[in-house]
Design a protein around this ligand. Structure first.
Ligand SMILES: Nc1ncnc2c1ncn2[C@@H]1O[C@H](COP(=O)(O)OP(=O)(O)O)[C@@H](O)[C@H]1O
Ligand SMILES: [Mg+2]
Length: 481
């Protein structure tokens, strides 16, 4: 590992580091600036296939469904239909299907009848074609690129699914229904909208003219039961040693920054770690779009608000951080630090709100610090670099890097500890990291975790709080992963 220093002409030079395993400073400002520009998204696996073409039979059934729905509307009157008890509508649909079967030349078999029945009910009471996907708990993301191009993420893999809307108008109808549930609307004036499903899933919809090929929608689902650190270990995200360290660090009120690309598992990890906050501590969460599911009783959740159509009424994360300091929190959890709130957050971490946590979009633990600096600089603060870094170095003790590796597996690829400043530079060392050797026959990344053998400075703080760490926790070794 080389040290970056700045020469007088402003170019960064690399000098050999004094000794392997010693503290290393972060990159210099221009490099940090470049690193802080939008980081590339985590690699996504190539979708399995494009959605298959509809067969003649499917098209026929689709048309039948439209006719059924129309007749249903005529009989029950649209206004009333959704307020009627589902059993009444179901009985009516059954009667209609029976009539249809008598009139159709093409016979509809029993399973097709059942499917028609379910589809019409989903159309009437639910979210149409999405209902089938929402019933599958293994689906974590539903991505509607176009009315007939739907992809789902299942167990870390993105695949095309054989579910479609009839046309753009149908998709739009369902989007309208979703956003109406949260009292919003989507139209030419506000063609982008965030909403939430009743199960808490987060929805973003965007329509023409911004979306070029018709309405598009992305749904991020939340499982009924939030993942726990043990689940992450089972998924191979990190070995038990990392869990022991991180969970004790949270209990001992260590400030933690979780860094990673989009979809790398930052929020999931933050959620899991929050479980180790003692229940008698008051936690305030601040998010742009609430997705944390803390299980503590003493939690107040805050969410930002976008400006309205006239551009008024915006409430930013920074506003919320400032406000939350007046709410007497013990700890502050910011879903993802993105801008002006970074300095307020660091100050809070430095002044009595130890044990605060947040996530940041960065490709490695070193860049994460660079990005924090840039966020503060871009928010217009004029603070000398050294003072700013001092603030960062004293506020944050541990940085965890999350990564989505080839094949879709999420792992914690590095846990670093900030040890202080040396001159202008923030010093940090790695406690754990993942070394990838390649990929297996299924395309999944393979490798092992390395425990660097360094005893972290926070170990003393942890033990001073009466939390016992396993004797060999920081012993130098490799662990299969
Ligand atoms: N270790 C893991 N193993 C399997 N799936 C995971 C893991 N961590 C996160 N996920 C899943 O990956 C998706 C993205 O995770 P999330 O925490 O929202 O990422 P980020 O906050 O970095 O964008 C979610 O569907 C989540 O359930
Ligand atoms: Mg997130």
């Amino acid at each position: 590992m080389g040290l970056f220093t700045r020469s007088n002409n402003g170019t960064a030079t690399v000098t050999p580091s004094p000794a392997a395993g010693s503290s290393t400073p972060i990159v210099d400002p221009p490099a940090a600036m470049a690193a802080a520009m939008p980081a590339p998204a985590a690699p996504r696996p190539v979708p399995a296939a494009v959605p298959p073409q509809q067969t003649e039979r499917q098209i026929y059934l689709q048309q039948l469904k439209v006719r059924l729905h129309q007749q249903l509307v005529e009989r029950l009157d649209m206004q009333n239909m959704r307020s009627l008890p589902p059993e009444v509508v179901r009985a009516e649909v059954r009667a209609l299907i029976r009539e249809l079967c008598l009139n159709e030349k093409n016979l509809i078999n029993q399973s097709e009848q059942e499917k028609l029945m379910d589809d019409v009910m989903d159309e009437t009471f639910g979210l149409g074609p999405l209902e089938t996907l929402l019933k599958d708990p293994t689906i974590t993301d539903i991505l509607v690129n176009k009315y007939d191009r739907i992809y789902c993420e299942k167990r870390g893999r993105l695949e095309a699914v054989d579910v479609r809307f009839r046309d753009n108008a149908h998709l739009r109808q369902i989007i309208d229904r979703i956003v109406a549930l949260v009292g919003r609307r989507v139209d030419e004036i506000s063609p982008m909208v965030d909403a939430r499903l009743t199960d808490g899933s987060r929805v973003n919809a965007i329509i023409p003219p911004l979306a070029l090929d018709g309405p598009a929608m992305s749904i991020r689902r939340f499982g009924a039961k939030p993942m726990q650190l043990e689940d992450l270990i089972r998924h191979g995200a990190f070995p038990p040693a990392v869990m022991d360290f991180l969970s004790s660090a949270v209990q001992a009120r260590v400030n933690i920054l979780i860094s990673g690309g989009t979809g790398s598992g930052k929020t999931t990890l933050l959620n899991c770690l929050s479980r180790y906050v003692p229940t008698d501590e008051r936690v305030i969460t601040i998010e742009d779009a609430a997705e944390l599911q803390l299980q503590q009783p003493h939690v107040v959740r805050l969410e930002t608000r976008p400006p309205n159509i006239e551009g008024k009424g915006e409430v930013t994360q920074r506003d919320l951080v400032k406000n939350c300091l007046r709410m007497r929190p013990d700890r502050i959890i910011i879903g993802e630090v993105r801008g002006g709130e970074a300095l307020d957050m660091l100050q809070a971490m430095n002044t009595g709100h130890e044990g605060s946590m947040t996530t940041i979009h960065a490709n490695n633990t070193r860049d994460a610090l660079g990005r924090l600096e840039v966020m503060i600089a871009m928010a217009g603060y004029d603070i000398p670099m050294r003072a700013l870094r001092q603030q960062v170095a004293s506020a944050i003790q541990v940085i965890v890097q999350a990564q989505r590796l080839p094949g879709g597996k999420r792992k914690v690829t590095r846990v670093s500890e900030i040890t202080g400043m040396e001159g202008e530079q923030i010093q940090m060392h790695d406690l754990f990291h993942f070394e990838q050797h390649g990929v297996n026959s299924e395309g999944h990344a393979q490798g092992h975790f390395v425990c660097s053998g360094i005893r972290p400075r926070v170990a003393e703080r942890i033990e001073n709080r009466g939390i016992r760490l396993p004797m060999d926790l920081f012993q130098r070794r490799t662990i299969e992963g």
